[in-house]
Design a protein around this ligand. Structure first.
Ligand code: GLA
Length: 392
């Protein structure tokens, strides 16, 4: 059964009538520009055909009652007063999953946007903790739902920024804008190129003869957000130190590869490695655009491979299973590039594969990965998809 149907039926069972509306927001995959969004760099993600769906109606009161089908039908009820203290309507601390919708309610309210009580049932086929932005898809889907009930309208990028604010200040993950942006602004069959400083973006076609294949190591890690926040602190430290020589430097976006090579001695060893990844990755993403535009998918794939090596050796956000998955994929027939995608440590790799080899590639990769690890990986042939929307 389709997720839309599952949440609709579950809504009817729980609330005794059909939902008035259905909201949807996709996860994302990132092709290039990893861990650069919070350094004002360029990113190249696409929204994917895996999404969070919410069946919802107004509750007619201040309270919102939400049911998370994927968390064993866990239920929470909160209102705006409690949300400030991260408490539900009974004064208990909000559970982990409910902080994403509650954070959205909090951040929307902070912007002066009306947040009405809703009854909702939601579910997602974006795998959780797999670096495909399941959290951003929940945030954007709830953002859209509250937008529908409140009758206000804001551009998708504004909704993305509100989602990022919720995640930074409410959930406590100091993420950049990429995930919420891709989930809010995704376009069918298009890659998105975002300048994370100006927030200007444009779309690019995916060359016709290639497919994006996502491979899930099926491994998850805990404490990812504290490791992520630490990486971000290292970048900030690098900026502080480099600023002593380049006073106009605002972020690692502002230093060229050449100047970085001259000044990198100013940085302590670990900070230098982190900054080196970022400076080179921003340059790689800039170099990749004309390659994509001219259809040079081989050279583009090579940059993806370089990105993986840099994330593994310099930024140190890979993991043994991600390394294995990328390393098995790269030499396979038809594979142009393979690397971990998203925040890292575990979760998924993204692979650029010639269309005629997609099935053979997926088959070989799963078999080889399974025989080495005993783990069965999910492999998705991904379609670039539309961003968050109200389906009815
Ligand atoms: C996570 C964050 C994003 C981005 C990526 C790494 O997905 O939410 O903002 O920093 O990691 O590129």
């Amino acid at each position: 059964m389709e997720i839309s149907e599952i949440v609709t039926r579950a809504f009817e069972e729980k609330f005794g009538k059909k939902p008035d509306h259905l909201a949807s927001a996709p996860g994302r995959v990132n092709l290039l520009g990893e861990h650069v969004d919070y350094n004002d760099g360029f990113v190249l993600p696409a929204a994917i055909n895996l999404a969070t769906r919410i069946a919802f109606s107004s509750s007619g009161s201040e309270k919102s009652t939400l049911v998370a089908l994927d968390i064993d039908y866990d239920e929470t009820t909160f209102d705006l007063k409690g949300v400030f203290d991260k408490k539900d309507s009974n004064g208990r601390m909000l559970s982990e999953w409910s902080r994403y919708p509650a954070g959205m309610a909090w951040a929307l309210n902070e912007k002066g946007l009306e947040v009405n009580g809703m009854n909702a049932v939601f579910s997602s086929d974006v795998p959780r903790g797999a670096s495909l932005s399941s959290s951003a898809s929940v945030e954007m889907a709830f953002g859209k739902a509250w937008q529908k009930l409140g009758g206000w309208d804001i551009p998708p990028m504004q909704l993305a920024l509100i989602g990022q604010r919720a995640e930074n200040a409410y959930v406590g993950m100091n993420c950049g804008i990429m995930d919420q942006f891709a989930s809010a602004c995704g376009e069918k069959d298009r890659l998105l190129l975002l300048d994370c400083r100006s927030l200007e973006y444009r779309t690019l076609p995916l060359p016709e003869d290639v497919a994006i294949v996502i491979a899930d190591t099926s491994v998850r890690r805990t404490l990812v957000s504290s490791a992520y926040n630490k990486r971000r602190e290292s970048c900030e430290e690098a900026v502080r130190l480099l600023k002593t020589k380049i006073p106009s430097l605002k972020s690692l976006r502002d230093i060229s590869v050449e100047d970085f090579e001259k000044l990198s001695g100013l940085l302590p060893a670990e900070t230098e490695m982190r900054a080196r990844h970022v400076v080179y990755e921003i340059a790689r993403t800039s170099r990749s655009i004309p390659l994509l535009e001219s259809g040079d998918v081989e050279a583009f794939g090579q940059l993806m491979n370089e990105c993986h090596a840099s994330l593994r050796d310099l930024y140190e956000v890979s993991g043994p299973e991600l390394d294995l998955m990328a390393c098995l994929a790269q030499p396979l027939k038809g594979c142009l590039g393979a690397r971990q995608t998203g925040g890292g440590f575990a979760g998924c790799t993204v692979n650029l594969v010639r269309k005629e080899y997609t099935d053979e590639f997926s088959q070989m990769l799963s078999t080889q990965y399974e025989s080495k690890t005993g783990l069965h990986p999910a492999v998705y042939i991904c379609e670039a998809s539309k961003g968050a929307e109200i389906l009815y």
